[in-house]
Design a protein around this ligand. Structure first.
Ligand code: UD1
Length: 376
C-alpha cells in the first residue's frame, strides 16, 4: 500500500497527459492513466515510448464502466483530458466527436457520482476554442466588441480582419477574459463547452471540487506527428523536416496564444492542489498573441530551411481570426504566470523533433477539409 496520492489522468497516453504524468511523478504523486490508444494518435494502438514506465496504464474508453471503477479506485485527483481534438475533423465526424467528447464524459460522471469514495479534486481540460472570436476593440471609435464569425461574403472577398460594426474600420484584438460569453463555432468547441459545464455542475452537485481550465494552443515535444489533425506548430515542423513549405490559411496573420507544454502542466497541477480555488473556469495561455506566419518563419529559420511559408489565401470553415488569453484571473487565483518565451518553447519542440522521423500528412488533412467543402 502506498501513501502517495494517486492522480487519474484520462487520455493519459496523449501529448499533454504524458507531460503531466512526468510533472506529477517528479512531485511525488502516483499516476494512473486511462486511454483508449486511438490509432489516429497512437500508431498501431501501442503504448507510446515516451510514457514513463511508472505510469499505470489502463487501456479502454472513459465510457467503460467496469474499467472506470477500477481506474477510480483510491484516487485523490482526476485530470480529465480524454478528448478527440481535431477542430476541422470535428466538422465532418460530428457524431463520433460528440460521442467521444460528450457522451463518454457523461458516462464518466455518472460512474463518479455513484461511487461512495469520490476523488478530492478534479480538473477538466476545456478550450479557448469555445470563445469563438476573442475580444476586440475599435481603435477609431473605442468600442469593445465580442464579434461573431466573419461573414461568408467578407471571407470570399479575402478581407481577413474583423470590422467594427460602428465605423467599418479594422478592429484590434484584445486579451480575452473568462467573462467573455462562449460562442463555439465548431463541433469540437461545442463539445468542450459541454464537457466544461457538465464537470463543473456535477462536481458541485456531488461535492468533487472541480476547475475547468481553458487551454490555449499547447505546443511542445510529443505532439502527435503522425496525426494530421495535430496543432499548427507540429504540422509546420513536420513539413519543414520533409523539405516542404508550411501552408498558411488566410494571409497567415491570424494569431493564437501558444503556451509551452511544460508550463501548461504546472498550471494543471496547481489547479488540483489549490483547495481554495474550486468551481472556477480559468484561462491557461501565455497572454501573448503570435501569428501563424511568425510560427512558420521561426521554424523555417531554426531548420535553416530554404523553402518559405506558402500563403494559401483560403480559409478553414469556422476558424477564428485572433484570440489570446487575459491571464489576470488565473494569475490572481492560482498565482500562475508563464515565463518561457515562444522561442524557448520552440527550441524544446525542435530538439525533440530532430529525434523523430515525422511523415508529413498535412496535405491529407487539408484535402479532407476541401472534400467536405470546409475551406473557401
Ligand atoms: C487548437 C487545438 C484544439 C485546442 C485549441 C486551443 C489542434 C488540432 N487543435 O485549435 O484542440 O482546443 O487549439 O488550445 O491542436 N493553420 C494554418 N495551416 C495549417 C494548420 C493550421 O495556417 O496547416 C492555422 C489555422 O487556420 C488557425 C491556426 O493555424 O488559424 C491554428 O490552427 P490549429 O493548430 O489547428 O489550432 P486551433 O484551431 O486554434
Amino acid at each position: 500500500m502506498t501513501d502517495k496520492k494517486i492522480v487519474l489522468v484520462t487520455g493519459g497516453a496523449g501529448f499533454i497527459a504524458s507531460h503531466l504524468a512526468d510533472h506529477l511523478l517528479a512531485r511525488g504523486y502516483k499516476v494512473r492513466a486511462l486511454d483508449s490508444l486511438e490509432p489516429q494518435v497512437h500508431p498501431g494502438g501501442k503504448r507510446p515510448g515516451y510514457l514513463d514506465a511508472r505510469v499505470e496504464l489502463l487501456v479502454g474508453r472513459v465510457s467503460d464502466r467496469g474499467l472506470l471503477e477500477k481506474a477510480l479506485d483510491g484516487v485523490w485527483g482526476v485530470a480529465h483530458l480524454a478528448s478527440a481534438v481535431g477542430v476541422g475533423q470535428s466538422m465532418y465526424e460530428i457524431a463520433r466527436y460528440t460521442e467521444l467528447n460528450v457522451q463518454d464524459t457523461a458516462v464518466f460522471l455518472e460512474v463518479l457520482s455513484r461511487r461512495r469514495e469520490k476523488p478530492a479534486r478534479m480538473m477538466v481540460a476545456s478550450s479557448m476554442s469555445l470563445y469563438g472570436e476573442g475580444l476586440y476593440r475599435c481603435p477609431a471609435c473605442g468600442a469593445d466588441d465580442a464579434p461573431r464569425l466573419r461573414p461568408a461574403e467578407q471571407l470570399k472577398a479575402r478581407k481577413w480582419e474583423l470590422l467594427c460594426p460602428g465605423c467599418w474600420g479594422p478592429m484590434e484584438p484584445r486579451p480575452t477574459p473568462e467573462t467573455k460569453l462562449p460562442y463555439p463555432t465548431s463541433v469540437y468547441s461545442i463539445n468542450k463547452r459541454d464537457q466544461e459545464e457538465m464537470c463543473l455542475a456535477l462536481g458541485r452537485a456531488y461535492k468533487v471540487p472541480t476547475n475547468a481550465l481553458r487551454f490555449f494552443n499547447a505546443f511542445g515535444s510529443r505532439q502527435a506527428l503522425s496525426n494530421p489533425y495535430t496543432g499548427v506548430a507540429a504540422i509546420f515542423a513536420g513539413r519543414l523536416m520533409n523539405g516542404r513549405e508550411p501552408l498558411l490559411f488566410e494571409d497567415g496573420l491570424q494569431s493564437r496564444d501558444f503556451i509551452h507544454i511544460s508550463e501548461l502542466v504546472a498550471g494543471i497541477r496547481l489547479s488540483l492542489e489549490r483547495e481554495d480555488v474550486s468551481y472556477e473556469t480559468l484561462n491557461m495561455g501565455s497572454g501573448r498573441p503570435t501569428s501563424v506566419l511568425a510560427v512558420a518563419e521561426a521554424l523555417a529559420a531554426a531548420f535553416g530551411s530554404t523553402v518559405g511559408p506558402k500563403v494559401l489565401g483560403e480559409f478553414r470553415e469556422g476558424d477564428t481570426r485572433h484570440c489570446f488569453a487575459d491571464m489576470t484571473k488565473t494569475e490572481r487565483l492560482l498565482g500562475f504566470k508563464t515565463k518561457m518565451s515562444f522561442a524557448e518553447g520552440l527550441a524544446e519542440l525542435l530538439a525533440w523533433m530532430r529525434t523523430q522521423k515525422p511523415e508529413d500528412k498535412g496535405d491529407a488533412a487539408i484535402e479532407e477539409l476541401r472534400r467536405h467543402n470546409l475551406t473557401g
